[in-house]
Design a protein around this ligand. Structure first.
Ligand code: NI
Length: 403
């Protein structure tokens, strides 16, 4: 199949669709819903896709859904995935489409992701006769929650028949019109921990009668940071961050208990396991040394996101073909942020690309900032990259078969 003439055709369809996609994005932005509560969002997106004759799989109680564009029965699917949930952040933007749901905001661009994926579904439906393989569009809930909605979707069977998976994320550090690619390890694993230290309370003037959990907590925080600085190879990325410490009620009493919360990040499995083990060992031995008791709760989140290099190359080439080589931005550094897309990659190869969203004034704020917003020109760009990548993917599969 000749794919090359398709690029201008896809571009034209995506550009024509752009005003409708902006409307979808603004609607979602106005009515954001947090993870596992995306009922209106799900219904709205399904409604947008209804005219396109896709095969929908919905679950009545849960949020999220997937839509299949099936060309060949029994053939595997290439999946395109987006996330649809918002964050518990109060929006500070003064824009006509600002959030109407108090304290909830699309501050991570998932409104844009859902609009882009809807657009890709619409364009590919129109190009159905040109397609040689099946495409599944996944609208995933609860990406921002640990454990994330990817696991819910996998449990519901979203990966059945899927051969590979692609996704995107907005990036306010990349100019609109450009797309970022990182080959190999891209994003970190995430684990969250809570340590309870049980000491012995006493009058502040009698520290010798106490087992001071505040002093132990202080030492523990230092010791955990020393794991990074003295036990991890300096060229291996690893993070231990303590984000919350709770203890005491007043000035002249040593409390009986203290609590430390935090997160572990790593880019590979062995570093992740090492951090988990050292967290346990350092906590237990330091508390034992001071005759305190401790309890560690470790919730294991998503594994690292490791992009499949072959798929990354396909999407990178598709981007160069449809947008031009100068619109490809190769990212050198990984990101210690996490993404529950990693769960899909435990079963099928996949890749995530970064969609540049920085353009008009007001689109320069970081993800999760109460002023975060995107330059809407990014939507059509995302649609073009997704659609062209789908054709490139199937084109690559045809070649060895036609021998
Ligand atoms: Ni996000």
């Amino acid at each position: 199949m000749k794919v090359t003439p398709l690029a201008p055709h896809i571009s034209k369809l995506a550009d024509t669709l752009a005003p409708a996609l902006i409307k979808i994005r603004h609607h979602l932005h106005q009515y954001p819903e947090p993870g596992r509560q995306e009922k209106e969002t799900t219904a709205y997106l399904i409604h947008q896709l209804e005219p396109f004759n896709l095969q929908l799989t919905t679950h009545y109680v849960e949020t999220g859904f997937w839509a299949d564009l099936q060309i060949q029965p029994d053939a595997p699917f290439l999946a395109l995935r987006c996330d649809i949930d918002a964050l518990p952040i109060a929006e500070k933007n003064e824009i006509p489409y600002a959030s109407k749901n108090e304290g909830v905001m699309h501050a991570c661009g998932h409104d844009a992701h859902a609009a882009v994926l809807s657009g890709a579904a619409m364009v590919l439906s129109r190009l159905k006769s040109e397609l040689t393989g099946n495409v599944r569009f996944i609208f995933q809930p609860a990406e921002e929650i640990t454990p994330g909605g990817a696991l819910d979707m996998i449990e519901r069977g979203v990966l059945e028949g899927v051969e590979a998976i692609l996704t995107l994320h907005s990036d306010p550090r990349i100019e609109v019109g450009k797309v970022g690619f990182k080959f190999g390890p891209f994003m970190a694993s995430t684990d969250i921990f809570k340590i309870q230290i049980f000491g012995k309370g006493a009058h502040a003037a009698n520290p010798h009668k106490s087992i001071d959990p505040i002093m132990i907590a202080a030492q523990l925080i230092n010791s955990l940071h020393q794991v990074i600085s003295r036990e991890i190879n300096p060229v291996t990325p690893a993070v231990i961050t303590v984000t919350r410490i709770l203890a005491g009620t007043t000035i002249n009493v040593i409390p009986g208990e203290a609590e430390i919360w935090g997160t572990l990040r790593a880019l590979d499995k062995s570093t992740r396991t090492f951090l988990q083990n050292r967290l346990r060992e350092v906590t237990a031995s330091l508390c034992e040394m001071h005759h305190a008791q401790s309890e560690l709760t470790l919730d294991k989140g998503a594994p690292p996101v490791v992009n499949d290099d072959a798929l990354c190359q396909i999407v990178r080439n598709a981007t160069a073909e449809i947008l031009g080589e100068s619109h490809v931005k190769i990212l050198v550094e990984p990101d210690m942020g996490a993404e529950d897309f990693a769960w899909y990659l435990q079963t099928v190869p996949g890749m995530i690309f970064r969609l540049g969203t920085k353009g008009r004034p007001g689109s320069e704020f970081e993800l999760h900032h109460p002023n975060f917003d995107i330059d809407d020109r990014a939507l059509a760009v995302g649609v073009k990259v997704f659609c062209m990548s789908v054709f490139k993917y199937f084109e690559g599969k045809e070649e060895p078969q036609s021998k």
